[in-house]
Design a protein around this ligand. Structure first.
Ligand code: UDP
Ligand code: UDP
Length: 474
């Protein structure tokens, strides 16, 4: 239990699963090191965060109200609840209204002499920097990305290589950054190269967040140095203040390594684990999930379902769409060979199940690091945000996966894939030679990931140093 002298850290996640979950893992790792953590969030998000952290007495929650967004029902407080990505920008803008209540929380802490030694807040909550400065508290940023992808994004903003390229397929050069693969304009995140109009509100929002990022005290990264192939120091050059990028991950592994994860109510659908338990061949099942953000059309999901069926590989497909139902007769034909679920699943548990031998993934960074940590190779189908960069890192940089063949390779924004391409990709990953190499590589990287968070490992040491520096600073 925390005493009055216990160091105190405030964590303020962005309201998206992929941004919140790793910060909850960090909160638990800090709490295990006898640091008091206050997580700031909004009422609807507080429910799941409270359940996830209920066995950690050093973790407290403070709720601040979330504004109502025009066109969305009250209680829409997480990007995973948005009916489409069109609402993403209004959602981002709404989070700016959290500044006043956030400052009131800091004010309360100041009055009770419990100001934190630092605030760790999401990149999208860039305005937290000025609030922190007003209270003399260092702000650390969390991007939810790997160092390589962050470095590429920063470098593209600084050098604008897409404005000089003759063709979208030409390889681009990013001065000062050694990339472990060739990168073309078509592979850059669309939002990064489309938003160049300085009067565009999205551009302004991102540029303010970027400015605040660069003036923050440091960056917390859910990755480990061994896979960042020397880009950490290039990335740090974008922080003129001398901020460091702290590679502390895979954050979710601390739970497993240090045994801090006290059992909480398990709501995993039993039929799903039963399906995995029933598989007699180790590593035979393909797990398929495209995260909590990307919108796939129902027609595209049909191609996914049929392509998986055609590949004749047992699979577990998790779908977010509320409108899609499997094409004619598919579920009946699968008869124990494949399973389609629409609920939230415990992805980490699935990936570490012995029956699972491949992950067909959109390459959100959490999914990538969870898959690598479990030694599971990836069939990469990037969709939005920086996923195309993560996919390149997995497939070409690390050799722990394969890329899916897209229908329109020349147009970065097109993501359609046909059932044939899915079938071929799945077979190559699960049964082909390239898939076997990728699996060996993923398993080797998995061992490195686990070592990183164990005593003496790179992330474990970085976490200790990080805490020491912050405590000395306060
Ligand atoms: N996740 C999960 N169950 C689900 C869907 C997602 O546990 O049914 C978790 C997944 O393990 C990962 C996060 O949600 O930790 C998704 O983050 P990621 O960066 O992979 O993708 P995003 O959703 O941000 O696109
Ligand atoms: N792993 C590891 N050290 C451990 C446990 C797991 O390196 O102490 C990694 C390693 O990458 C391995 C993967 O996790 O390939 C899966 O391990 P295992 O099959 O033992 O997982 P389980 O089925 O026990 O969850």
């Amino acid at each position: 239990m925390a005493s009055p002298q216990t160091p105190h850290v405030v964590i303020f996640p962005f309201m998206a699963q992929g941004h919140t979950l790793p910060l909850l893992d960090l909160s638990k790792a800090l709490s295990h090191r006898n640091i008091k953590v206050t997580i700031i969030t909004t009422p609807a998000n507080a429910k799941s965060i409270g359940t996830d952290t209920e066995n950690h007495p050093n973790i407290g929650l403070v709720e601040i109200p979330f504004p109502i967004i025009h066109g969305l029902p009250q209680g829409t407080e997480n990007t995973s609840q948005l009916p489409s990505m069109e609402f993403f920008f209004p959602f981002l803008m709404a989070t700016k209204q959290l500044q006043k209540p956030f400052e009131q929380v800091l004010q309360g802490m100041s009055v009770s002499k419990s100001l934190p030694i630092c605030v760790i807040s999401d990149f999208f909550l860039g305005w937290t920097l000025s609030s922190c400065q007003a209270f003399g508290v260092p702000r650390l940023v969390f991007h939810g990305m790997c160092v390589l992808s962050m470095a590429i994004c920063k470098s593209v903003c600084a050098h604008m290589p897409h404005t000089k390229a003759k063709s979208v397929l030409d390889p681009i050069d990013l001065p000062g950054l050694e990339l472990p693969f060739h990168l073309s304009v078509s592979e850059l995140p669309a939002q990064l190269i489309q938003a160049t109009d300085q009067n565009d509100p999205f551009f302004q929002f991102m540029s303010d967040a970027g400015q605040a990022d660069c003036n923050s005290w440091g960056v917390v990264v859910n990755s480990f140095e061994e896979i960042e192939s020397g880009t950490v120091s290039s990335f740090e050059t974008f922080y003129e203040s001398g901020a460091r990028a702290w590679c502390l991950g895979p954050l979710f592994l601390y739970d497993k390594v240090e045994g801090i994860n006290k059992p909480i109510s398990q709501n995993q659908p039993n039929k799903l684990i039963q399906f995995l338990n029933d598989q007699v061949t180790l590593g035979s099942v393909l797990y398929v999930s495209f995260g909590t953000q990307a919108d796939l059309s129902d027609a595209q999901l049909d191609q996914v379902g049929l392509g998986l069926e055609e590949a004749l590989v047992p699979f577990l497909l998790v779908v977010r769409s509320t409108t899609w139902s499997p094409p004619n007769g598919l579920e009946e034909r699968l008869k124990g060979k494949g399973m389609i679920v629409k609920e939230w699943v415990d992805q980490r548990r699935i990936l570490s199940h012995r029956a699972v031998g491949g992950f067909f993934s959109h390459c959100g960074w959490n999914s990538v690091i969870e898959s690598i940590s479990a030694g599971v190779p990836i069939l990469a189908w990037p969709m939005i945000a920086e996923q195309s960069l993560n996919a390149k890192l997995v497939a070409e940089g690390l050799g722990a996966g394969l890329g899916i063949r897209k229908s329109h390779d020349d147009l970065g924004s097109r993501i359609e894939v046909s059932r044939q391409a899915i079938c071929e990709g799945v077979r190559e990953l699960m049964e082909g030679e390239k898939g076997r190499d990728a699996r060996e590589r993923a398993q080797a990287l998995g061992r490195v990931a686990w070592r990183a968070v164990q005593e003496g490992g790179s992330s474990h040491q970085a976490l200790n140093k990080f805490i020491d520096q912050l405590c000395a600073f306060s």
